[in-house]
Design a protein around this ligand. Structure first.
Ligand code: KIV
Length: 272
């Protein structure tokens, strides 16, 4: 049974804002390649994030820092080719926007031009205010990202819940309001207390999409490899697995190996 309240033929940044206004929750998943994005889009998920988590789940890096702008463009263009309906948002990777607003704009333009994504996402608040303004002034929709910002892992030292203390919570709330004021169309909140996330969502008019931020926000995003159980050793409390693909795939590959070894594959109907 579909729970969508309004049919969107093509989801735009305006659609997401409308969903918040109408009280319709926003569904978002990551995807990094053509085949997966096609399935996500066909399933009617509203938005696809080409996240820099590609560095982890696609390339096997421990952090998101190593992925390059060229690699993000490659992933995003593969996703865009698959999608008919969902809004495609692409992360600006670490090192592609922190130097200055000009560098940030150049990187955002490359993503829009070379991948065909409809919006970019970047991590941070006040400290990257000028870069966000510069990108927005070029007509590029920007999604913010506050709370646990994995590109700053070396500053934080851990991937634990952020903004539990009042000072950090207040800064986060101020940053969220600033992002709204600057003109960001949406905001991701990662791994923060649910009551704080709810307060943020109630304090801004733009959609707030949470990951590990509770149910009081306007939508949810998860990393697709976690949702389908490919990253079976990653088990944060906030994650709901909808499949155990790791186990299923292992069984299938073992069966294939055994069939090849035994000469059972291919049979006479599987040859020319
Ligand atoms: O890169 C990513 O997948 C993300 C999500 C965790 C929000 O930024």
């Amino acid at each position: 049974m579909s729970t969508a309240k309004k049919e969107y033929k093509r989801v735009t940044v305006q659609s997401l804002m409308e969903m918040k206004k109408n009280g319709e929750k926003i569904s978002m998943l990551t995807a990094y390649d053509y085949s997966m994005a096609q399935i996500v889009d066909n399933a009617g998920v509203d938005a696809i994030l080409v996240g820099d988590s590609a560095a982890n789940v696609m390339a096997g890096f421990e952090t998101t820092l190593p992925i390059t702008l060229d690699q993000m463009i490659y992933h995003a263009s593969s996703v865009v080719r698959a999608v008919d309906r969902a809004l495609v948002v692409c992360d600006l990777p670490f090192g592609s926007y922190q130097s200055d607003p000009k560098q940030a704009l150049r990187s955002a333009i490359r993503i829009m031009k070379e991948s065909g994504a409809s919006a970019i996402k970047l991590e941070g608040g006040k400290e990257i205010k000028n870069s966000i303004t510069r990108i927005l002034n070029a007509g590029i929709p920007v999604m913010g990202h506050l709370g646990l910002t994995p590109q700053s892992i070396n500053k934080f030292g851990t991937y634990k819940v952020r903004a539990k203390e009042e000072e950090e919570a207040n800064k986060l709330l101020e940053d969220a309001k600033l992002l709204e004021e600057l003109g960001c169309f949406s905001l991701v909140l990662e791994k923060i207390p649910a009551d704080l996330a709810k307060r943020v969502a109630e304090s801004v008019s733009i959609p707030v999409i949470g990951i590990g931020a509770g149910g009081g926000v306007d939508g949810q995003v998860l990393v697709i490899h976690d949702v389908i159980g490919m990253t079976h050793e990653f088990n944060p409390r906030f994650l709901r697995r909808y499949m155990d693909l790791h186990t299923e795939m292992t069984k299938a590959f073992e069966k294939y190996r055994d069939d090849v070894k035994s000469g059972g594959f291919p049979n006479e109907n599987e040859q020319y």
